[in-house]
Design a protein around this ligand. Structure first.
Ligand SMILES: NC(=O)c1ccc[n+]([C@@H]2O[C@H](COP(=O)([O-])OP(=O)(O)OC[C@H]3O[C@@H](n4cnc5c(N)ncnc54)[C@H](OP(=O)(O)O)[C@@H]3O)[C@@H](O)[C@H]2O)c1
Length: 229
């Protein structure tokens, strides 16, 4: 049995992770932005914490409430898709670009460094950054991709942050792995996505269970395959 901390567990992939981990007998701390979004988490026996991952004050308040608790695995799942319908570099706004950077890049950085001490006290010593293949520059080049600049560039930046954090975290005996969860039918993924949230999360958690120090800094898909940067 391990203790998992899931940032962004009110719905979608994060909530399903909490469900499957609790069903497997693990302890789960799941975060929500608004107290009324935690009812489902509470019902499955998770500890619910309030957190806006991109707000430094909110992160610091959470750390004080955790009071040094040992955490085995941190999953930075919270994310936004600020320019889902924006298919051109001529249309994306500065506000969309900044929102992607704020939540998808600064959030995982703030939460990972704040929880590093808790992870040091845990057994797995692992941080997982939920990224996206849409952040792969190699894939964007191969696919002649256009549009969604805010989302794609924020996930590419998260991949870089993951790689850089991995080097420093290794000095403290910790690892960080960037994981693409697949294209999943959630509010973000939409109804056309091929994977149900149950299928995707089952595969993600099975892959996360295989991670060792050798995965530190890597960019990996839900089945454990390495993705091009
Ligand atoms: N679905 C896909 O096909 C897909 C594909 C590739 C990558 N991903 C990645 O997978 C992760 C989960 O996606 P999803 O499909 O489950 O999305 P979702 O259904 O839209 O859920 C997003 C979650 O992130 C939380 N969140 C957003 N901003 C936050 C903030 N500032 N602080 C704390 N929590 C915040 C949301 O909380 P609220 O309820 O409070 O808004 C919600 O719990 C994201 O990082 C996403 O980029 C998804």
């Amino acid at each position: 049995m391990a203790t998992y901390f899931i940032a962004g567990a009110s719905r979608g992939i994060g909530l399903e992770m909490a469900r499957q981990l609790r069903a497997g007998g693990h302890e789960v701390i799941g975060t929500v932005r608004h107290a009324d979004a935690g009812a489902e988490l509470k019902a499955i026996g998770a500890r619910v914490e309030l957190l806006d991952t991109a707000d430094e004050g909110s992160v610091q308040a959470l750390i004080r409430r955790l009071n040094g608790l040992a955490i085995d695995v941190l999953i930075n799942n919270a994310g936004v898709y600020p320019d889902r319908d924006c298919k051109s570099m001529f249309e994306v706004t500065t506000a969309q670009m900044m929102e992607g950077m704020r939540v998808n890049v600064c959030g995982p950085l703030l939460v990972t460094r704040a929880l590093a001490g808790n992870l040091e006290r845990g057994g797995r010593k692992l941080a997982v950054q939920i990224t996206s293949y849409m952040g792969s520059i190699g894939r964007a080049m191969a696919d002649n991709a256009k549009g969604n600049l805010a989302y794609r560039s924020s996930k590419a930046a998260l991949n870089m942050v993951n790689a850089l954090m991995a080097h420093e975290l290794a000095e403290r005996g910790l690892s960080s792995v960037a994981v693409h969860p697949g294209w999943v039918r959630t509010e973000m993924g939409g109804p056309e996505a091929p994977l149900s949230v149950e299928q995707a999360v089952g595969r993600i958690l099975a892959t996360v269970a295989t991670f060792t120090r050798a995965h530190n800094g890597k960019f990996i898909d839900l089945d454990g395959r390495e993705l091009p940067w």
